[in-house]
Every structure is written in structure tokens, then in C-alpha cells.
Write a protein that binds this ligand. Structure first.
Ligand code: AMP
Length: 417
């Protein structure tokens, strides 16, 4: 029997792989420029980490985790997200002794046992940032700004930013009570999960995809129940976003599917994505580290779904600023010179050397099947004159230049095209 990929898992190939690499590279560069440092985390954690952070009444933990016992009897999970791992790492390595805020960037795969469909896989990649150790709303705005900066770097504009505040341990209990009361008359309309969570975690109703929008919109709004501190924080975030001309809209039904969030939550959504329209999500999590046994350390961050971003880039016909492709066709006697020529052109260009070094004509034919922009020809004549002929594969014309001037000559040809 032919062995195929496992349901919900996939190969990333062709243009998707190129975009994947571009996203990884550029997002890291941007986050780094804002002072966020790379953190590389394990894919496997103790299952308990996610129970105690994402929350044991969330869909992710209740239904979607790949959890198993290893041969040593440890109950482990493939990570469904990475913020919990950042928090675990922060505590484990006593990072609280560093000057705050500490800022991290991550990129890696996550696993959720979900029903696979477009934009929803069982293994998917997230990139994200976390700023730990400061309660200032400035950081909430910084995190949103970086998310947009990454997206805009790919010339993607007009995505919608939705924000909300879901309060803290002071104000949320009162809201939960009110929400439960408001939901009771609708008990029979609720899905079985929401019926079960009505008394333990009614906020999940707002996040449940099975419940009607009309019901969600009719419920009391959390922003009417915020304590003074949360209200002030939310106002500050909105004020700064407005001053920075970052367009956003307040969505009172936005709660996000993870229990650790407090105060600000946000999402960036795109119509290009259809039903799974959230490109990224994030928010503040001021109790997470403390709940996992660390010192009281607030935090804020976001996670962006890489596959969904690839979909948007493809839908909007994003063109990767391409490095021109060069092929070296040569007389076999001059192989080492051909290698030296390639060395002088990398990394400004993508350079391939013909593997056979047979007749120049055949080599040019091979190049013509490989989307090559220029073929550099090194035959007897060229070698004796310390030169290379450059054949423009699009225009068909050819010029001869000295080997030391090759790189600049190709750049000139590109600029004058
Ligand atoms: P979350 O960790 O749930 O806040 O999700 C953050 C982002 O990860 C989402 O906005 C999606 O872009 C992406 N994402 C979440 N779950 C999946 C999935 N099953 N498949 C693909 N992308 C996902």
C-alpha cells in the first residue's frame, strides 16, 4: 500500500515552501528589530502545562490535544500553542532575574486534533512574540504594531484588527455571573459543550463556533463590567492605537479560545481566508506565569498562523522579490574556474553550475528549461581572454565581459532591463 501523509498533516512544497521561508526570515528580522529575541522551544511538553494554562475547559485541551504516555509513564502532549511553553521556560530558567520586559520571538509547529479543512490542520506553524514582565498598555500596542508591521512588510494592507478587553480577576467573576444568568433562558439553544460550560466557563459560549452570532450579540458586554484598572488600560490601548492611526474595531464578543487571557485580546482577520478568517490572535496574560508557579509576571503577545498567511499571500498574488537565476555553462577543462565564477556571484544571485559540462549548446538548452535569467558561458575563447559571455535568456542577446567585472555587469544588465 502506498504510504501517504497522515490526516491533517501535509508537505509544504513549491511556492508554499518559498513563502514559508520568506515569512520565517522576514518576521524574525522585524521582531528582532523591535528587540525581540529568538526562543526555540520543544514540541513536546508535560500535558499538565496546557491544562493549567490554556485551560481544561477549552476546546483545545478538552478535545484537540495529541496526548500520550511515553515509555517512562509520563503524560505528554504535542504543544497546541507556544505561549505556555514560553512561560514554562521563563520559570524554569529563572528569567525573572533579568531586567524586564523580556521579549521573545518564536516560530515552530503546533498540533491540534481538529477537523482538517482549508486553513485548519492538525500540524500547523505559528510565529509569535511575547513581551514579559510589564503591565503597561504600551506593550499591548507594540505587540499589535509588530503584528501589522510583519503583515504590511508583505504589502498586505486592509486587514481588520478586532480588539476587546476581557477584564481581570477583579471584574471578570461578576461578568461571568451576569453572563450565566443571561444565558440560562437560552439553555436549550446551546450546544452540549456550552451547556456543560455554562456554570464553569460561560465565556467559552462567546467563542463557540456553533452558537449563533445573534445570540452572542444579544448578551451583556464585558466592557460594561470592567473594573477601573481594566477600563483605564483598555482606554489607553485604544487611544494609542488611534494616535498611531492603526485602524481597529472593538468586538465585544471576542474572547479568544484560551483561558489565560486577561484585559486586552485581539485578532487580525482577513476575508481571503473564508470561514477560518483569523490570521492571528493574541492578548495579555497577566496571571499565566504566576499560575504556573512563577513569580507574578504579566505578559502580552500574539501568534500568527503561517499556513493562513501563505493563503493570503497567494490570494493577493504576492511576488517574492526574486534573486535572478544564473546558470554556468562551461568547457569541462575549466571546471574549477566555473566553480570560482559561481563563488564570486553568490549570494547576490542564485547560481547553478551545469552538472555535465558537455557541449555549451546542450548546456544552454538545459538552462532554458530551468527558468534561468542569464547563462554565463566559459568556453575556450572566453577562458583564453579571462572573460565570460553573458547570455540574456529572455532577450537572447549576448555580451562578453572580463571575469572580475562579471557581477557588476550582470547587475547593470538587470538595472537597464
Ligand atoms: P490561537 O493559538 O488559537 O490563538 O491561534 C493563533 C493563530 O494560529 C490563528 O489565528 C490561526 O492563524 C492559527 N491556527 C490556529 N489553529 C490552527 C489550525 N488548526 N490550523 C492552521 N492554523 C491554525
Amino acid at each position: 500500500m502506498e504510504i501517504k501523509t497522515v490526516k491533517g498533516f501535509k508537505d509544504i512544497l513549491g511556492i508554499d515552501a518559498i513563502l514559508f521561508n520568506e515569512i520565517q526570515k522576514l518576521s524574525y528580522n522585524i521582531a528582532n528589530a523591535f528587540g525581540y529575541k529568538l526562543i526555540v522551544l520543544p514540541t513536546v511538553e508535560y500535558a499538565e502545562l496546557f491544562d493549567r494554562s490554556v485551560g481544561n475547559t477549552t476546546d483545545i485541551v478538552e478535545k484537540e490535544m495529541f496526548t500520550f504516555d511515553d515509555k517512562g509513564g509520563r503524560t505528554l502532549s504535542l504543544r497546541p500553542e507556544m505561549t505556555a511553553s514560553v512561560a514554562r521556560s521563563f520559570i524554569e530558567h529563572h528569567m525573572e532575574t533579568n531586567p524586564m520586559p523580556l521579549k521573545f520571538f518564536y516560530f515552530g509547529q503546533c498540533f491540534r486534533y481538529e477537523n482538517p479543512q482549508k486553513g485548519r490542520y492538525r500540524e500547523f506553524y505559528q510565529l509569535g512574540i511575547e513581551a514579559l514582565g510589564d503591565i503597561s498598555p504600551i506593550l499591548d500596542v507594540e505587540v499589535i504594531q509588530i503584528a501589522l508591521k510583519i503583515i504590511e512588510h508583505f504589502n498586505i494592507k486592509n486587514l481588520k484588527v478586532k480588539i476587546n478587553s476581557i477584564g481581570c480577576r477583579v471584574c471578570r467573576p461578576k461578568y461571568k455571573e451576569t453572563l450565566t444568568e443571561a444565558l440560562k433562558p437560552h439553555y436549550n439553544e446551546l450546544c452540549s459543550d456550552c451547556q456543560r460550560r455554562l456554570y464553569t466557563n460561560p465565556l467559552r459560549v462567546l467563542d463557540c463556533k456553533k452558537e449563533k452570532d445573534s445570540l452572542k450579540e444579544s448578551l451583556p458586554k464585558i466592557t460594561d463590567y470592567l473594573c477601573d484598572e481594566c477600563m483605564e488600560h483598555f482606554e489607553e490601548v485604544k487611544k494609542l492605537l488611534t494616535e498611531l492611526k492603526i485602524p481597529f474595531e472593538v468586538d465585544n464578543t471576542l474572547v479568544r479560545g484560551l483561558d489565560y487571557y486577561t484585559k486586552t485580546v485581539f485578532e487580525v482577520v482577513s476575508e481571503d481566508l473564508g470561514a477560518q478568517n483569523a490570521l492571528l490572535g493574541g492578548g495579555r496574560y497577566d496571571y499565566l506565569i504566576e499560575d504556573l508557579g512563577g513569580r507574578k509576571t504579566p505578559g502580552v503577545g500574539f501568534a500568527l498562523g503561517v499556513e493562513r498567511f501563505i493563503e493570503i499571500l497567494k490570494a493577493r498574488n504576492y511576488k517574492i522579490p526574486d534573486n535572478k537565476k544564473i546558470y554556468i555553462a562551461y568547457d569541462k577543462k575549466f571546471s574549477s574556474t566555473a566553480f570560482k565564477i559561481r563563488d564570486s556571484l553568490i549570494p547576490d544571485f542564485i547560481v547553478e553550475i551545469d552538472p555535465k559540462g558537455d557541449s555549451i549548446k546542450k548546456q544552454i538548452e538545459r538552462a532554458s528549461r530551468r527558468e534561468i535569467n542569464f547563462v554565463c558561458i566559459l568556453g575556450e575563447d572566453e577562458f583564453s581572454e579571462n572573460s565570460v559571455s553573458i547570455k540574456d535568456m529572455e532577450k537572447g542577446n549576448q555580451i562578453k565581459v572580463k571575469i572580475d567585472e562579471l557581477k557588476e555587469s550582470i547587475k547593470e544588465l538587470i538595472n537597464n532591463a
